[in-house]
Write a protein that binds this ligand. Structure first.
Ligand SMILES: Cc1ncc(COP(=O)(O)O)c(C=O)c1O
Length: 419
């Protein structure tokens, strides 16, 4: 992509982009795992947009559900007294799917809002028990937990934490793979720890599945200390790992779970927090107390309708079973690219993968080359190219993704060796 040209910058100030950039690809249409730009170019959407379009693009059921909801009730807030059928239905469905018994469901508009909500709930849980001093949150490096101040503070990608002034106090970061470091942090901060937060599979930080026994070890350390265990399941929920939740996939149940993305497959913005029985009991223990937290659009009926329709598609089309299949195609295909010397490693599981670049290969250059050949992956932290396609991707589209990846690596590496 050109760095800049003579064009003026557009009014749209893009997220996670160079503000001086003037060149963008206008996406106008999508169907399944394919999308098209305004010039008619077709692309395989190899990252389900931003890790979220699990049911694929262009599902009429979801559009119809949203349209019907908007024609019936556009929106009405859910603070205090008010509710609506779409929010009631969705939260009942999510509570039934939750990996913990008797869950309640708080609704937000995004992953970042969900993370901040969960961090606040963890602190509230302790404060309402007379332990406001239990406010430390332990998080892992390489983590991505969004961009609000809580999530920015808890995430572990250094460039995302710079230039924003003071971040949230009381967040302690540990090495991503070391249970010993978690144990040491828990010992150091003793009974001032509110919660430990982790993605079951680290996503935007590089696609790192948990080391064997890691999540179980975290659960045991939290139990010994009393701290809550909080999963950030923005990416790992709703079929990405072949299960409804990463908690199911790894058989380790946390106290709180954040979700977003795949809950609507992106047809409407929606996120939330599953609140397990331990936190629920404290929240409900005193009838005079108020939860002074919520978003104008928490429980927005159109977003909830999209989510319910999305859950129905995931279930009715048996899409969870697609994730291991995607892994069974992508893993050996990416490994063959590594075996041929074009990349340095493969990480991932089920429907989420990353190809690690050699030190002399730019992941951005590989992505740019792949774009020209009609596949959109995502260059991510730790010098990798990530794949996380819609669960409906076909085998032909997976093969296309692999061959375009191989061609791009060959071209980029040939160019690097001649310069
Ligand atoms: C694990 C995780 N947490 C939080 C977020 C932030 O979500 P959002 O961009 O919807 O605020 C993301 C987004 O990629 C994520 O992957």
């Amino acid at each position: 992509m050109p760095v800049s040209d003579d064009r003026p910058t557009p009014p749209f100030l893009h997220p996670f982009a160079r503000p001086a950039a003037t060149e963008f690809i206008e996406i106008v249409r999508g169907e399944g795992a394919l999308i098209w730009d305004a010039d008619g170019n077709e692309y395989v959407d190899a990252l389900a947009s931003l890790w979220y379009c699990n049911v694929g693009h262009g599902r009429a059921e979801l559009a119809d559900a949203v349209g019907e909801q908007l024609r019936t009730l556009d929106a009405f807030h859910t603070f205090e007294l008010f509710t609506n059928p779409a929010a009631e239905r969705l939260t009942a469905e999510l509570a039934a799917l939750a990996p913990m018994p008797d869950a309640r469901v708080f609704l937000t508009n995004s992953g970042s809002e969900s993370v901040d909500t969960a961090m606040k709930l963890a602190r509230l849980f302790w404060s309402w028990q007379g332990r406001a001093d239990r406010s430390v949150i332990i998080s892992r490096d390489r983590a991505y937990h969004g961009v609000t101040y809580g999530g920015t503070s808890a995430q572990g990608l250094a460039p995302n934490k710079e230039h924003w002034g003071d971040l949230l106090g009381g967040v302690v970061q540990v090495h991503a793979e070391s249970l010993d470091e978690v144990a040491a942090a828990l010992a150091q901060h003793g009974d001032r720890v509110a919660a430990v937060i982790t993605e079951p599979v680290q996503g935007a930080g590089g696609v790192f599945p948990p080391p064997d026994g890691y999540l179980q070890g975290l659960r045991e350390l939290c139990d010994a200390n009393g701290a809550l265990l909080l999963y950030d399941e923005e990416i790992t929920g709703f079929g990405r790992l072949g299960t409804w939740w990463g908690a199911d996939r790894y058989g380790v149940t946390p106290d709180l779970i954040t979700f977003a993305k795949g809950v609507t497959s992106g047809y409407q913005p929606l996120g939330g927090v599953l609140v397990g029985p331990r936190v629920r009991e404290v929240l409900e223990s005193d009838d005079t107390r108020w939860l002074r937290h919520g978003f104008t659009y928490s429980g927005h009926p159109a977003a909830c309708a999209a989510a319910s329709a999305n859950l129905a598609v995931l279930r009715d089309d048996d899409l969870l079973a697609r994730a291991p299949h995607i892994g069974a195609v992508l893993q050996p295909g990416l490994q063959a690219i590594v075996d041929d010397g074009l990349a340095s490693g493969v990480r991932g599981t089920d429907g989420i993968w990353a190809l690690a670049m050699h030190a002399d290969t730019s992941a951005m250059d590989v992505r740019d080359r792949m774009l020209r050949n009609g596949v959109i992956p995502r260059p991510i932290a730790t010098h990798s190219v990530a794949f996380c396609p819609p669960l409906v991707i076909t085998d032909e589209q997976l093969d296309r993704t692999l061959s375009v990846t191989r061609d791009a690596l060959e071209a980029v590496r040939a160019r690097a060796s001649t310069t």
